[in-house]
Ligand binder design. Structure first.
Ligand code: PGA
Length: 251
């Protein structure tokens, strides 16, 4: 059986004091219950170091929301994989649809980032997903196939073990419009089939595929009960300790 992984993508929210506050509520809330799933928080860069200190000796793990693929140098405004490692990150979200749409990230760039993250011992949470227009034109699977194949180019089967794929239909992100469990399951099963073809069945069987896009306490359990949905990448609902903990409980 695959484990369940719930990750909170804070996006550009929470200054240092707000981050401390949210983490202390999460720690208190989670300490009174048994968690069967893996829990990851992905605060903004400015809160990573402090977050790492606060979550030490708890079940919560740390991830970043982005990184650049170069080791260091003249890349103003960018952060490297080794910098993320140095502040305690274990995971990094790569290829989020907001990075693709707002900051022009391509499959090729995302592939370079995934390779660099792996080389640096960071586990990528690699995001894919179609826009509303793409879904309505019936090309969801073509888009997801292009993104998965492009992002995983030249990644070995051993490296794949360290990668989580997050399927996040763009039309469901931050819109309150969740994919139905059946819609999500269909694409998750498709991704697993794709990975079977690219690698092998055992690699695909072991792959964690999260769903993301308006996951809330009231829809999490049903989504997470689908056979190919192994967790959630949560945006809006992870900013309140109560709702994030409810989603963790659902898993
Ligand atoms: P949302 O965001 O839960 O607010 O839809 C999910 C994401 O973008 O990772």
């Amino acid at each position: 059986m695959r484990r369940k992984v719930i990750a909170g993508n804070w996006k550009m929210n929470n200054n240092l004091a707000e981050s401390q506050n949210l983490i202390s509520k999460l720690i208190t809330g989670l300490s009174s219950q048994k968690t069967n799933c893996e829990v990851i928080i992905c605060p903004p860069f400015t809160s990573l170091s402090e977050s790492s200190t606060l979550i030490k000796d708890t079940v919560i793990k740390l991830g970043a929301q982005n990184m650049y693929f170069e080791e260091n140098g003249a890349f103003t405004g960018e952060v490297s994989a080794s910098m993320l490692k140095s502040v305690g990150c274990e995971y990094v979200i790569l290829g989020h649809s907001e990075r693709r749409a707002i900051f022009g990230e391509t499959d090729e760039l995302i592939n370079k980032k995934i390779k660099k993250a792996l080389l640096s011992n960071l586990k990528p949470i690699f995001c894919v997903g179609e826009t509303l227009e793409e879904r309505e034109s019936g090309i969801t699977k073509d888009v997801v196939k292009r993104q998965v194949t492009g992002g995983l180019k030249d990644i070995t089967v051993d490296e794949l073990e360290k990668i989580i794929i997050a399927y996040e239909p763009v039309w469901a992100i931050g819109t309150g419009k969740t994919a139905t469990p059946a819609q999500a399951e269909e694409v998750h099963a498709f991704i697993r089939e794709l990975v079977t073809g690219l690698y092998n069945k055992s690699a695909a069987d072991n792959l964690i595929i999260q769903y993301g896009g308006s996951v809330k306490p009231d829809n999490a359990a049903e989504l997470l009960s689908q056979p190919d949905i192994d967790g959630a990448l949560v945006g809006g609902a992870c900013l309140k300790a109560d709702s994030f903990i409810s989603i963790i409980k659902a898993a």
